[in-house]
Design a protein around this ligand. Sequence first.
Ligand SMILES: [Zn+2]
Length: 303
Amino acid sequence: MRFILFLFYLTLNIVGFTQKSSITILIDPGHGGKDPGHLPLKDSLMQEKDIALKIAMKLGEYLTYNLSNVKVIYTRTTDTYPSLDDRVDQANNSNVDYMISLHVNGSPNPAIVGTETHIHNYDAKASYKWAYLIEEQFKNRAGRKSRGVKTGADIGHSLQILKYTKMPTVLIECGFITNESEGKYLNSVYGQEIIASAIFRATRDFVKAKHPKINFDPPQDLTSQPDQPHYKVQIMASIDPLKTDIAEFKKLDTPVERVEVQSTSMYKYKYYVGPFLSKKDAKKVQKSVQSNGFKDAYIVYFE
Ligand SMILES: [Zn+2]
């Protein structure tokens, strides 16, 4: 019996030591449903619950499309109200590695502006590091006024989400909707994008440092990253549009893209294969299309 128990513990230990190959992040848009959170200065502007949801969904997209091996789940994706207990339970019972709760602030004093990232206390070292990176991003990259990292002691009470979740958790106040200009910013798609991308960058840097063995490199899919420099192989140009499924293109075994050119040149249409992130990959395909009848195929670099 003792031997069997020993084997059991041994197995548990081996399982415990296996390296994680992916992580799960829980995004929690604050409030929702019957609970609007802080109210805006004007009825035409969004309530806290709506802005939190907008930023949450954008953040989830940034994390999903720009990092491999990250699973994103949410406490809500619509205007519903999970209780604080529900949110804590979901975090503790869904193999969540990190949790981000998103809020916007309000104050009777309309002059107050700025972001805050809350953690339970300074013993929560991982949460502190993450929160610090978020506030740095807000200040240095997003150009917001950072009010810094705050603990339960700093605000005089502990927050349920931060106190009872077992994993590193941050609660972000993305700005004050009771300030006219910050409220406008938080209501704008632009402001929501900037805030979400700042939280994304901080979170990316944080998880990369925490998990050096996990490959977070984004999937090599350029359709989700239109701004990344890349190469294409131009196979030909034409005056009148050719269909992209003609036999000559089909035998290339790779989809051909037709682009209409806005220029005064004779050619009005260009045909590409790609994109490729590396010039080496582009060269390989260039050789192959050249041997398949498109002798003049050449590589174009797009910035
Ligand atoms: Zn709130």
